[in-house]
Design a protein around this ligand. Structure first.
Ligand SMILES: NC(=O)C1=CN([C@@H]2O[C@H](COP(=O)(O)OP(=O)(O)OC[C@H]3O[C@@H](n4cnc5c(N)ncnc54)[C@H](O)[C@@H]3O)[C@@H](O)[C@H]2O)[C@@H](O)CC1
Ligand SMILES: Nc1ncnc2c1ncn2[C@@H]1O[C@H](COP(=O)(O)OP(=O)(O)O)[C@@H](O)[C@H]1O
Ligand SMILES: [Mg+2]
Length: 282
């Protein structure tokens, strides 16, 4: 394997697009987050809030009915569409074709949710981020990856990666298998960890931001929201993935002196997104 390219500030400044002074919500992209199930509506809230707080003009969240009030009260800026089912997603019906979709945080693996994911993948053409249980479902139905748009971004943590590509015996084998997987399915794999690597076919990128404060529930759900937001704003997947992981990690680096490792939560990532973006302005 070639040595990884570093994702550092210099590289990020080459691809970051500041917001145009004539921008309005209609030019900043409409993203859809499909997430949540009974007991895990928090995942939908975190992904939706981070999506909105990363510059997306409009965010619509698709959730099972039980999440309706939670979403509307916790994030009034986000629009909500509900499934027919109360506790989990069974049939994804979207009111519009958005600029990007993030699918997976907290959805669970109910059979009806698996079918809903398959039907969605059959018809969807929008740029896509797949995370969490969407990846776990796909791991058991790997041919479904042939349905996803080219350059779909997959964001597995190490256990989800193992479910997707199988066990590895060494770090180098893990990279070899992930590269082969990225080439075979024409997808970008964000290998979350410490640090996070991005595998785009044979190219490997290593993120330089982030720290162990991110080892907390919902950190990945927030990353899904950020990546979906950047895709919706028109960043190509290869750039959205780098900018997203860089900003996500940067929030933890900026917050650490104030929060310490222990009191940092996924909501702290969202709170520090503004400061992370501002770091790119100077
Ligand atoms: N508030 C919420 O609603 C939350 C919902 N969540 C959702 O809960 C569902 C289950 O997700 P989980 O990821 O917890 O369950 P998984 O069963 O997919 O993964 C947990 C397993 O992965 C291992 N693992 C995770 N990160 C690792 C790392 N960096 N190195 C080595 N091993 C690692 C853990 O040790 C554990 O064995 C997902 O849909 C997720 O989106 C979680 O994000 C937590 C917060
Ligand atoms: N020690 C660490 N150093 C840097 N980043 C970390 C560390 N631990 C976790 N992270 C990051 O936090 C996120 C965790 O994602 P994930 O496991 O999917 O969380 P969840 O499913 O709870 O939302 C990933 O982006 C990962 O890279
Ligand atoms: Mg996760």
């Amino acid at each position: 394997m070639k040595s990884p390219y570093l994702i550092n500030k210099e590289e990020i400044l080459k691809l970051y697009q500041p917001v145009d002074s004539k921008a309005h919500k209609g030019t900043q992209g409409h993203a859809i987050i499909i997430a949540g199930s009974y007991g895990k509506i928090g995942a939908a809230v975190l992904a939706s809030k981070s999506c909105l707080k990363s510059g997306c003009g409009l965010v619509t969240t698709f959730i099972p009915k039980c999440g309706y009030q939670i979403l509307q009260i916790s994030i009034p800026e986000v629009m909500t569409v509900t499934d027919e089912n109360t506790n989990f997603i069974t049939n994804v019906h979207l009111p519009l074709i958005p600029q990007a979709i993030g699918f997976g945080p907290g959805i669970g693996k109910e059979l009806a949710t698996q079918k809903a994911l398959f039907e969605f993948l059959r018809v969807n053409k929008a740029p896509l981020v797949l995370d969490a249980d969407a990846l776990n479902i796909i791991s058991e139905n790997i041919s479904w990856l042939e349905l996803v748009p080219e350059d779909t971004i997959l964001t597995p943590h190490p256990k989800e990666l193992e479910r997707l590509i199988g066990k590895w015996n060494s770090e180098s084998e893990k990279f070899q298998k992930t590269i082969a997987f990225s080439e075979k399915y024409k997808v970008i794999v964000v290998m979350k960890g410490a640090p996070t690597f991005i595998i785009n076919r044979t190219s490997v990128y290593e993120n330089t931001t982030g720290n162990a404060a991110l080892a907390t529930a919902g950190s990945g759900d927030v990353l899904t929201g950020i990546l979906t937001s950047l895709l919706a704003q028109g960043y190509e997947p290869k750039y959205a993935s780098k900018l997203g992981v860089y900003l996500h990690g940067l929030t933890a680096d900026l917050a650490l002196p104030k929060t310490g490792y222990e009191s940092f939560t996924a909501s702290t990532i969202i709170k520090y997104l503004g400061k992370a973006f501002l770091e790119l302005e100077n």
